[in-house]
Design a protein around this ligand. Sequence first.
Ligand code: DON
Length: 560
Amino acid sequence: MKYVLIGFLAFLFIQTGYSQSRSTQTYEYGLVVSAEVYASEVGNKILRQGGNAVDAAVAVQFALAVTLPRAGNLGGGGFMVIQLENGTSTSLDFRETAPSRASRNMYVRNGEFKPELSWEGILAVGVPGTVDGMVTALERYGRMPLELVLQPAIDLAKNGYYLSYSQAGSLNNYKDTFSKYEGSKKYYTKENGELFKEGDLFVQKDLAEVLEQISKYGRDGFYSGSVADAIVTEMKKKNGLITYSDLKNYRSKWRAPVKAKFQDYELTIMPPPSSGSIAVAQILDMMDDYSLAELGHNSAAYVHLMAEAMRRAFADRSYYLGDPDFYDVPKQDLLNPNYNNARMIGFSMDTVTSSSSLSHGEFSNNYESDETTHFSVVDKDGNAVAVTTTLNGSFGSKVAVDGAGFLLNNEMDDFSAQPGEPNAYGLIGGEANAIEPGKRMLSSMTPTIVTKDGKVRMVLGAAGGPRIITATLQSFLNMAVFGMNAQEAIAANRIHHQWLPDILFYENYGLSPDTIRLLEEKGHQLRTMSIARGHIIYVDQDGNKSSGVDPRGDGHAAGY
Ligand code: DON
């Protein structure tokens, strides 16, 4: 079977003129970089059929719902940033919302907070936003009909695709958990208790039918009719909260992106309820008085400065950020350079500011699950789309809708389910991000498009919880300051600091022993961790494109 897979991929590459796209090329029809080979090839095919970047992005999102079930999704949500060749930009928020019956203390039992309830099982599920998001984006900016961009995903679900080594492994890792839920057991485990193997043909008939409903009826094919029936039945069976009217009322929202300036670059980033935009803009502001190139990439001085800026931005994140429709996020204050300069008062190049001595500014546990996914698209006209989409944890709540073949998210854990208590990513939130019916949970997903002189130069983003913010920042700085190419920029070792816990994370072998010693002398506590996975595109001043495929994952670039 392995040889069938290799043969199929070789066929695809010959068909599409695939080349190892780390090199810079014209890519006449555009370039797609995503976490998964079939999905990138679907995007490439749509571009070659005359689709623009939005058509391709929507097709990739639906394909990932089939070929990357641990993160690509119909039952989750995400963010899309769009930069058009004519200079206009916008962003679409298709983040999940809390069900109308959700309440602040929904995870408290007998006076005790039960964090496991917001992580696995039916109560962890927010109202899914992905399908509305894709239909909405396509309607406004796409060129192709929904049926056409959905067809590749339908074919992959109906006819199946060959599991990669890591996909088979990730399904097998959750075998026992999936077995607790009828739908998940049916779709994601083998009948006789055997394990999945690399090269197994993975067919998803029920999912194909759901995609066909969406193809025929648009958003109604998901938020009403037989798919809504299946979701609500699943809820009723397991005492979940989502109702027919929650589904009917879900709407994605167009939002004005956050703009940040750094040197000659303008960054267009997803605004709240993404926290990434504000945090990246703040960190850049806090760092830009220093000559970063002179400090040197990943030198002790550079890492220290960046970690201290991250610490301050994450302290603000935890206090000030939440859904702007429910909480008055002080966006302008947080983006004010004077405020960010003031945040660095007390910063010393020689010693740390301990997180316990630092909280949010005044205006004048921790692990990484592997599943969110980011993809980047640039089309032949220079339009660009950055999408980050997620179920939150790997395979979300682990609950698949029986009869409908897709997984539901566990995004409710991104609320401060108990203000002051850390969530699964060790993030502590406050009132701004407390649970309220209909509210969107704060996110770290940071899809970003960078322009120079009005032209798209970088399409960035990552998966990896709060590390998304710091990884996106470093990918940008690696290219903008250190002159790395896209592949070098995404592969380079990263660091991460998120205020609490007060630990400077770095990647194994990512810092030299003498750099570590210098950082420890300044007072940092260091720990190793793999930091996020991004899929990025760089466009040079002549319009040639190159891809950065994260070596920490199994991503793939497809262009022609
Ligand atoms: O929106 C967020 O910030 C999280 N739900 C993202 C989760 C994530 O990136 C998981 N891993 N790759």
